[in-house]
Design a protein around this ligand. Sequence first.
Ligand code: 6GU
Length: 250
Amino acid sequence: MNFDVFTLLPDVMQAYLHASILGKAQEAGLIHVKLHNIRDFTTDRHRTTDDEPYGGGGGMVMKPEPLFAAVESALGDDMGKMPVVLLTPQGRLFDQGVARELAQHTRLALICGRYEGVDERVRCHLATDEISIGDYVLTGGELAALIIVDAVARLITGVLGDTQAVKKDSHASGLLEHPHYTRPASFRGWEVPEVLLSGDHARIAAWRREQSLQRTLHRRPDLLEHAELDEADRNILDQLLKEERNHSSR
Ligand code: 6GU
């Protein structure tokens, strides 16, 4: 998987991309992240990347020329054959489904906007997709690009050592994950649930599934609408809802 990231702040992205799992994935050649400094594609003496908006109103807008030059020179013949994603709070919302969709491609371009915005012609004639990472406003698209690289990279075969890990994740199955515990069995008087120490794998799996359903029901009931649930799951949920009704009526 190849990522081309276009940014005015390549240095701030470096450290994260070379740490831990993403760093190892790059060393192993499973992913390649190329950072392109948009400023390197300016042609004026002051290396200007932004300008005042036509029509006034203050704030600065990223100029189209350096962005077009940067993306066209980096992508070459791949232009038109791969997604060019503009990171903007006006884009479609990023989630695990979008991550899976992007992971199907072999090459992905990510354009990080800065300042108040990006010239509209970038959106219309350079980007093929626009993505937001949530309903809040950031000072730039760099964090969004890192989030997308991270979420997509970990779906690539071999990036996570354990292939099972991807399947069991929160959101992968549409449910939140069960609680995790490690040693010590007793910490400040807080005990690890007995079932996890039992060695009974069937009981452990049943407990985890119930915890996962309970958590999702309490924290993110919206996720249950699209989750993969079997009849046993539905019975557990019915039971949990009944218990809740009893508690609230008492
Ligand atoms: Cl992609 N960019 C900016 N600047 N703010 C955001 C965002 C992106 N996603 C959510 N907020």
